[in-house]
Design a binder for this molecule. Structure first.
Ligand code: ADP
Length: 171
């Protein structure tokens, strides 16, 4: 199975790329964004300053600096406003555009955090199937990316992604 769901800290993953649930400034923040910048060192912020921010659902790539991963793919996921402002489509776009960039940079392995389900408050039970369906459909035609890990930081997140995967496999 090329898709894995694990509990862990994404800053420790030696994959070709890790994805950062960033904000639109790309200048760092709390949550996983803060953890990635702390682990990568100040050179990451210096490169991010040259990128001019990023729209919601788009993605930009940098080097990984002191991280074990070669690249960081930064994507601002949508803030949850109740579901009527295209949040689902934008979350799907964050995963898809991150995978597209990984493919363009010849990455075989990619690790994702649970985008938007922290301070952006996207409901976990809605986010998990969107994430997994987008990843699985991308893997069907990917040329380079062949191993994707969803890195869940806590038990609640892990349970939501495991449940969503079971539901998809039961289809
Ligand atoms: P967002 O603003 O997109 O909601 P957050 O960083 O607030 O982003 O949360 C996204 C998810 O990342 C949450 O499930 C949070 O628990 C998780 N997270 C926080 N730190 C890490 C880490 N070091 N590794 C993996 N996931 C993390």
């Amino acid at each position: 199975m090329p898709l894995h769901i694990e509990k862990g800290d994404i800053t420790t993953y030696p994959t070709d790329a890790i994805v950062n649930a960033a904000n639109r400034t790309l200048l760092g923040g709390g949550g996983v964004d803060g953890a990635i910048h702390r682990a990568a060192g100040p050179e990451l912020l210096e490169e991010c300053k040259t990128l001019g921010g990023c729209e919601t659902g788009e993605a930009k790539i940098t080097k990984g600096y002191r991280l074990p991963a070669k690249y960081v793919i930064h994507t601002p996921g949508p803030i949850w406003y109740g579901g009527t402002r295209g949040e689902a489509e934008r979350l799907c776009a964050s995963y898809y555009n991150s995978l597209r960039l990984a493919e363009e940079h010849d990455c075989a392995s990619v690790a994702f955090p649970s985008i938007s389900t922290g301070v952006y408050h996207f409901p976990l039970d809605l986010a998990a199937p969107i994430a997994l369906e987008t990843i699985l459909s991308f893997l069907e035609t990917a040329k380079c990316v062949r191993d994707v890990t969803m890195v869940c930081f806590d038990d609640k997140t892990l349970a939501a992604y495991e449940k969503a995967l079971q539901a998809l496999q039961g289809k």
